[in-house]
Design a protein around this ligand. Structure first.
Ligand code: KIV
Ligand code: ZN
Length: 539
């Protein structure tokens, strides 16, 4: 069976970029942002996401105006296939891409998942370094080249937009790299990606390598050159920018730098470096930077990977000035110590947004201002009811509270297990004890348990009522806003038979937030909304 993609937009946009006729300053200086949070990002151990979560992130990426969204690796599992398909079906304004090895079955499966995409791309790859070809593929360089060319031709028959990656290009022989890239472009690849798969490159050396490849490949003008850098030496962003300076016009990156091992280049850092230092780099992206923080929070909330406070752009302290001299300078003239404005990446002034007496329309209009869209009236009503409950407990409701609350409301999980009542006793010198009542498919059941702390006791009590036979892999709690009346946002990661789920919960009482997160994880497991780790597919 053949699946022909619509692909009109990707054909046009990429066509414009590579066309000599369109070789004007604008197209030449535009760096395409290819986001791989949903594919390489998800390969972070423990960062796997459900289809619904992926779709929510894809929508946030579309709002960010990311050029290409790598939605997954369609052949990896039925869950991956469904997620790529749902994103291809639901995204209109970004190109949606699926990864595939350079083998027929992968390429066909990618095309099938992308069949309804407004603009689809097949991304096929094969390793080109001596160490990978010899030990992993057990192929001679010419065999690798033949396999790559065959795969690209097959992909081109199914999709107008094909990207080819030379895996481990960073450790590949440059002459072989140039030969295989020339053949790949002749076979129909319109984007050539040069990954530093193992994070081995050093900026000036990687930049020089990109410059040499573009210079030596005779048909280089017929493709967009891309880079994909891993962060093993903490150099992913620096290497990507060196490549841009040398002529790369697509950067592959992830929100918050999520990704295999030490992660990928962080989208927010790449984009803001390009924007802030346009004087040096002379290029621009199409990213709507005001939406960066929202996307970062969404990814962090869904994956349970907190953002470190001193993380560039999206860390809580990224725009905080502690020293008196700095504070004085910023008050007199912001640019004394700030190279970009907090607002330009989505930080608001953390202002009090709503209170206990605020009505439904004020609530709705604040959500609008924050760019939060709820699917319908039912979700708005539910979110508003939760807001009222929260306003009873917490005097000041900040934007971050609203974001967490809406995130809870949108969690599209059937609640087999619900929290009815929780009573926790924790005193100095005594063993903490929790008594819990849960509703399991409508029937109330209760249990008590002791633990080393109140959260441990609560989790044990939940397990007595609703045994899951799972292992707790991660428990993390973060204050959503400042102040001791802040809501705590808890992530609980459970693993069972190689399958992983991340449950989230928020409440001003962190033990209640913990119970909610644990119960959310149990519900995710029961509804089958979990998936095997993508690495299980092997290469
Ligand atoms: O790191 C890498 O080489 C990859 C490729 C599949 C692009 O993720
Ligand atoms: Zn990678």
């Amino acid at each position: 069976m053949r699946y022909t993609l619509k692909s009109s937009r990707s054909q046009q946009s990429l066509g414009n970029l590579v066309s000599k006729k369109e070789d004007d300053a604008v197209s030449h200086n535009r760096v395409l942002i290819f986001d791989t949070t949903l594919r390489d990002g998800e390969q972070s151990p423990g960062a796997s996401m459900t289809k619904d979560e992926k779709l929510r992130i894809a929508k946030a990426l579309e709002k960010l105006q990311v050029d290409i969204i790598e939605a997954g690796f369609a052949i990896a599992s039925p869950g991956d296939f469904e997620a790529v398909k749902a994103i291809a079906d639901g995204i209109q304004n970004s190109i949606v891409c699926s990864l595939s090895r350079a083998v027929d079955a992968d390429i066909d499966r990618a095309a099938e998942a992308l069949a309804n995409a407004n603009a689809g791309r097949i991304h096929t790859f094969i390793a080109t370094s001596p160490i990978h070809m010899q030990h992993k593929l057990r192929l001679q360089p010419d065999q690798v080249m033949d396999q790559a060319v065959r795969a690209i031709r097959r992909a081109r028959n199914l999709c107008a937009d094909v990207e080819f990656s030379c895996e481990d290009a960073g450790r590949s022989d440059i002459d072989f790299l140039c030969r295989i890239i020339e053949a790949a472009i002749d076979a129909g690849a319109s984007t050539i990606n040069i990954p530093d798969t193992v994070g081995y490159a050093i900026p000036h050396q990687f930049g020089e390598m990109i410059r040499l490849v573009i210079e030596r490949v005779p048909n280089a003008d017929k493709a967009v050159f891309s880079v994909h850098c891993h962060n093993d030496l903490g150099l992913a962003v620096a290497n990507s920018l060196a490549a841009v300076a040398a002529g790369a016009r697509q950067v592959e990156c992830t929100i918050n730098g999520l990704g295999e091992r030490a992660g990928n280049a962080a989208l927010e850092e790449i984009v803001m470096a390009i924007k802030t230092r346009q004087d040096v780099l002379g290029v621009h992206t199409g990213i709507l930077t005001e939406n960066i923080l929202g996307a970062s929070r969404l990814v962090s909330g869904i994956t349970g990977f907190p953002v470190q406070p001193n993380k560039a752009i999206v860390g809580a302290n990224a725009f905080a000035h502690e020293s008196g001299i700095h504070q004085d300078g910023v008050l007199k003239h912001r640019e004394t110590y700030e190279i970009m404005s907090a607002q330009s990446v989505g930080w608001h002034t953390n202002r009090l947004s709503l209170g206990k007496l605020s009505g439904r329309s004020a609530f709705r209009s604040r959500l609008d201002e924050l760019g939060i869209e709820l699917p319908g009236e039912a979700e708005l009503n539910l979110a508003f009811a939760r807001f009222k409950e929260l306003a009873d407990k917490k005097q000041e409701i900040f934007d971050e509270d609203l974001q967490a609350l809406v995130s809870d409301t949108l969690t599209d999980v059937i609640e087999h297990v619900k929290l009815v009542f929780l009573d926790v006793a924790s005193r100095t010198g005594e063993t903490p004890e929790a008594r819990i009542v849960l509703s399991i498919d409508g029937e109330e059941r209760q249990a008590s348990a002791q633990g080393s702390g109140p959260v441990d006791a609560t989790f044990r009590a939940i397990e007595k009522v609703s045994p899951s036979d799972s292992t707790l892999q991660l428990y993390s709690v973060n204050a959503i806003t400042k102040g001791t009346d802040s809501q705590g946002e808890v992530t609980v990661r459970l693993e069972k038979g190689g399958r992983i789920v991340n449950g989230n919960g928020a409440d001003t009482d962190i033990v209640v937030a913990s119970a909610k997160a644990y119960i959310n994880a149990l519900n995710l497991m029961q509804t089958g909304a979990y998936r095997a780790h993508p690495q299980a597919v092997g290469v």
